[in-house]
Design a protein around this ligand. Structure first.
Ligand code: AP5
Ligand code: ZN
Length: 217
């Protein structure tokens, strides 16, 4: 299956995609993670993306589509994919439709994680991630059991993102409303949209998502 998680920064796309990946054996495909890897590797795409990401804007469709297309072509994606943070513009959504059509696939569900903007700043400013296994945490909502030690892998290299500051978050929310929120209507029209209340606890959101995924598997 092909699933899309739509939602503003902090909605829980990454958190929930990782859970679905574990539960259903699908592959989490985050364009944010792919772009951060390109920045870290210093590729041409990464060099162009870096400043845009630090300012909280959207990276060009051209760069994002090239990165996504390469990743989608890898063998493991045949198990099914959870698109986390992609598509983010109408151009990307249309390009994805074309890509899937050519490979005889379709979008099984586009799920909008519905949240209040105000809560997103708190979620994002408390976020940190294990640099070793990628598990995501939050100072208040999902702390590690032992201070600074990953519950999953025992790693101690916790990381915070360069774009997780109040100023950049405001720009990211603005970009979401201007360019990404219209995709809710796009997928509603295509008959693929589901909505989930993502203001509840992580486990509750996860249950709602699982119900949707079981329906399309
Ligand atoms: P990206 O990496 O996609 O970031 P984002 O969309 O801003 O989303 P986040 O990762 O911040 O939030 P999330 O929804 O995954 O929340 P999380 O699960 O971590 O993009 C970064 C940048 O890359 C963009 O700004 C852009 O420049 C570029 N980019 C990426 N894709 C692009 C594209 N397609 N086109 C153009 N540019 C692109 O949760 C947040 C925190 O809250 C965590 O600490 C978590 O533990 C906690 N939490 C989660 N759920 C709950 C809950 N229910 N209750 C309480 N706490 C919760
Ligand atoms: Zn870890």
């Amino acid at each position: 299956p092909v699933l899309i998680l739509l939602g503003p920064p902090g909605a829980g796309k990454g958190t929930q995609a990782r859970k679905l990946e574990e539960a259903y054996g699908m592959v989490q495909l985050s364009t944010g993670d792919l772009l951060r890897a390109a920045v870290a590797a210093g590729t041409d795409a990464g060099k162009q993306a870096k400043a845009v990401m630090e300012a909280g804007g959207l990276v060009s469709d051209e760069i994002v589509l090239a990165i996504l297309q390469d990743r989608l072509a890898e063998d493991d994606c045949a198990k099914g994919v959870i698109l986390d943070g992609f598509p983010r513009t109408t151009v990307q959504a249309e390009a994805l439709d074309g890509l899937l059509e050519r490979s005889g696939q379709k979008i099984d569900a586009a799920i909008s994680l519905d949240v209040d903007d105000a809560a997103m700043v708190t979620r994002i400013s408390g976020r940190f991630t294990c640099g070793c296994c990628g598990e995501g945490y939050h100072d208040t909502f999902k702390p590690t059991a032992k201070d600074g030690v990953c519950d999953c892998c025992g790693g101690t290299d916790m990381k915070r993102r360069a774009d997780d500051n109040a100023e950049t978050v405001a720009s990211r929310l603005e970009a979401y409303h201007a360019q990404t929120a219209p995709l809710i209507g796009y997928y509603e029209q295509a008959g693929a949209l589901s909505r989930v209340d993502a203001m509840g606890e992580i486990a509750a959101v996860s249950r709602d998502l699982s119900n949707i995924v079981r329906g399309v598997q």
